[in-house]
Design a protein around this ligand. Structure first.
Ligand code: NAD
Ligand code: ZN
Length: 386
């Protein structure tokens, strides 16, 4: 089959690989009909995630048609159209039984930090991802969710990560009615967090980035205010001035480990990899949020020390919340929001690209070219139904 493969930082290509097989009675093999490229994939692409092996196939956001079914699988059958949350979860451990699917105990033999994730290095289990013609889905009864027949595939693929993740980011903010919510990052996750902040009762939403095309899109998609951190002297002061010197009630970090905005941190952490990335957005969030406010961290960070100002957190009395999103927990609620017309996730998709052209798509997304917000990859044999 055709599959995207990692060759080294900034180098991915299409290769021929053996098709995945049923390895356990709980597995299914899926014929992928759509996959997406995520901001999280860029951390792999840039070489920031340890143990990302040559030949690995990325892709943790995909939907498809069940092709082959393991002998234990009961909830799905060959031919079903399903979406698959990016967390691989067993459904039965201490964490899964509390709907903390991102924390599953049984799917990541390489680390106790997080569950397995498709196509996300050996630190999350070494599973191949869905930027390919076929993908193996373990614990299929738990991980495959049937796509409602009226739902567009483009919406379904954004339910595997982006929409639930943005929603959880807003939920972790503990937004009270009328709160001012500042969202750092106007990528897909920030856009969905902004949209979700309104659903959860925000009175004001401000999105921060330095890419004007994304800020313009945010204003239109999420009806929010925006701030370009390159156009103000000091973004933290600017946010205080916008909020009567108090600061936003909730700040969401939807940027993560590759933040821009502080030259030295980006140079040392992102370009030279001497410290573990750049925490500029998180630092701004902690600095800007009002005393006794909440910072919700959905942007991805690695475990090593990242220069986080814990003294500010302590003295300001902040609540810090963070997680890999537990996608499955949100699916029923978010399907309803889509069906009721409250949110149109597919509106953030700017590009549909054939799988064969995925190398160019990574370059475009990484360099933020051509107005790119979200790219969907389509394998050659995917006869889609919407
Ligand atoms: P993206 O690369 O499309 O968007 C990131 C945006 O942040 C860009 O528009 C960039 O210009 C902006 N940015 C850079 N530095 C900034 C700063 N200092 N302040 C404000 N904005 C800044 O990525 P995405 O797909 O939206 O993902 C965003 C983050 O969320 C990534 O770190 C990704 O790994 C993470 N993520 C986390 C989860 C989870 O479960 N926790 C799931 C998916 C994605
Ligand atoms: Zn993702």
């Amino acid at each position: 089959m055709l599959a995207m493969t990692f060759r080294g930082p900034y180098r991915v290509r299409i290769d021929h690989k053996p098709e995945p097989q049923i390895e356990h009675p709980d597995d299914v093999v899926l014929r992928v009909t759509r996959a997406a490229i995520c901001g999280s994939d860029l951390h792999l692409y840039h070489g920031l995630i340890p143990d990302t092996r040559v030949g690995a196939t990325f892709g943790h956001e995909f939907v498809g048609v069940v092709e082959e079914v393991g002998s234990n699988v009961q909830n799905v059958k060959a031919g079903d159209h399903v979406l698959v949350p990016f967390n691989i979860s067993c459904g039965a451990c201490y964490f899964c039984s509390r709907q903390l699917y991102a924390d599953c105990l049984n799917t990541n033999p390489n680390s106790t930090l997080a569950s397995g994730v498709y196509g996300y290095s050996h630190t999350t289990g070494g599973y191949d991802g869905g930027q390919a013609e076929y993908v193996r889905v373990p614990f299929a009864d738990v991980c495959c969710i049937k796509i409602p027949s009226t739902m567009a595939e483009d919406d379904a693929v954004l339910l595997t990560d982006v929409f639930p993740t943005g929603y959880q980011a807003a939920e972790m903010g503990g937004i009270a009615a009328g709160d001012t919510v500042a969202v750092f990052g106007a990528g897909p996750i920030g856009l969905m967090a902004a949209k979700s902040a309104w659903l959860l009762g925000a009175g004001r939403v401000i999105v921060i980035d330095h890419l004007d095309y994304r800020l313009e899109f945010a204003r239109q998609f999420a009806q929010c205010e925006t701030a370009n951190f390159l156009e103000v002297d000091d973004i933290v002061k600017h946010l205080r001035e916008m909020t009567a010197r108090i600061g936003p009630d909730v700040c969401i970090d939807a940027v993560g480990v590759e933040a821009d905005g502080r030259f030295l941190q980006t140079l040392l952490g992102v370009k030279m990899k001497l410290i573990a990335g750049a925490t500029t957005a998180l630092n701004w969030a902690i600095d800007a949020v009002r005393k006794a406010g909440t910072v919700s961290i959905i942007g991805v960070y690695g475990p090593p020390f990242n220069l986080v100002p814990i003294g500010d957190v302590m003295n300001k009395g902040l609540t810090l919340r963070s997680s890999q999103a537990s996608v499955k927990r949100y699916i029923p609620r978010l399907i309803e929001h889509i069906q009721n017309g409250l949110v149109d996730p597919k509106a953030i998709i700017t590009h549909h690209v054939p799988l064969e052209e995925i190398a160019g798509a990574y370059h475009m997304f990484s360099s933020k070219l051509d107005g790119c917000i979200k790219t969907i990859v389509i394998p050659p044999k995917s006869s889609t139904w919407h």
